[in-house]
Write a protein that binds this ligand. Structure first.
Ligand code: B1M
Length: 211
């Protein structure tokens, strides 16, 4: 098997140019992009998550590792698509209406992608209607809602109500997260799950799709 230690090390240290260079080298050597994802990127992001949970990595390290992963995925995504590789699951993600914070959401998106999920990122200040139309069009397994303001947390509840009244709530699992959000709030509004941070969000998403 190809030696992925350089690529794993580059992701772990958040060195995007080195990660892309190691990716291109592996692909040039004939490595399958799916093998590269499974044996280098996913384990490296698992390790990043573990280090974050252990308090050895902080948000800057997470962001750098996530950015390195994102750059690697720009290279391999078209190749994976051409192979018809099945993603772990499909997630539609967005920051709820009225809220413009996206750093945490972007981190969650990158960590999910690094773990093999297909992520459709709707950006910031996303209306319930936009979530509904995207669910109908893209048929995701999971809808992820992010909020950073106490004043926009009610938009999470409103989004869930929008999904219910449009008749699409039962088609998806809903995960919520963001600094002011709690498991208690998730339970109160009827979300399926709460992700405390980007690493936990990946674990939760895997559980939601039964992987
Ligand atoms: Co804003 N802001 N901000 N801000 N801002 C906060 C959130 C605030 C706590 C600062 C403060 O007062 N101490 C405060 C909220 C207070 C409250 O509601 N209780 C606040 C405020 C008040 C505001 C404005 C109202 C300020 C104003 O204009 N008067 C305004 C609102 C604009 C709007 O949204 N409508 C505003 C604006 C901004 C900027 C645009 C300047 C900028 C955002 C830039 C951007 O995101 N592109 C900004 C920033 C950067 C912050 C702080 C400093 C940092 C947030 C951040 O990115 N953290 C923040 C203070 C702070 O947190 N120290 C603050 C890093 C990020 C990695 O963490 O987002 O928590 P976080 O994401 C984590 C987890 O929460 C979780 O995983 C991530 C990674 O571990 N997570 C999920 C997040 N989403 C998830 C989804 C999941 C699962 C997990 O599943 C789907």
């Amino acid at each position: 098997m190809h030696d992925f230690s350089t690529l794993r090390g580059a992701v772990l240290s958040g060195d995007a140019p080195a990660a892309v260079a190691a990716t291109r080298q592996a692909l040039d050597a004939g490595v399958d992009p799916l093998e590269l994802t499974n044996h280098a990127i996913s384990p490296a992001m698992d390790e990043v998550g573990r280090l974050y949970e252990a308090g050895e990595y902080f948000v800057p390290e997470l962001l750098l590792a996530a950015r390195a992963t994102k750059e690697v995925f720009k290279v391999i995504r078209p190749l994976l698509a051409r192979q018809g590789a099945q993603p772990t699951g499909r997630v539609v993600l967005g920051t709820v209406q009225g809220d413009l914070h996206d750093i945490g959401k972007n981190l969650v998106a990158a960590m999910l992608e690094g773990s093999g999920f297909e992520v459709i990122d709707l950006g910031v200040s996303v209306s319930a209607d936009k979530f509904v139309s995207t669910i109908r069009e893209k048929q995701p397994d999971i809808v992820g809602l992010s909020a950073l303001l106490t004043t926009t947390m009610p938009a999470m509840k409103a989004t869930l109500e929008g999904l219910r009244s449009a008749g699409v709530r039962d088609r998806v699992k809903v995960m919520i997260g963001g600094a002011p959000v709690t498991q208690t709030y998730a339970d109160a509004i009827g979300a399926d799950a709460y992700g405390e941070n980007a690493a936990k969000a990946v674990d939760v998403a895997r559980r939601l799709v039964g992987r």
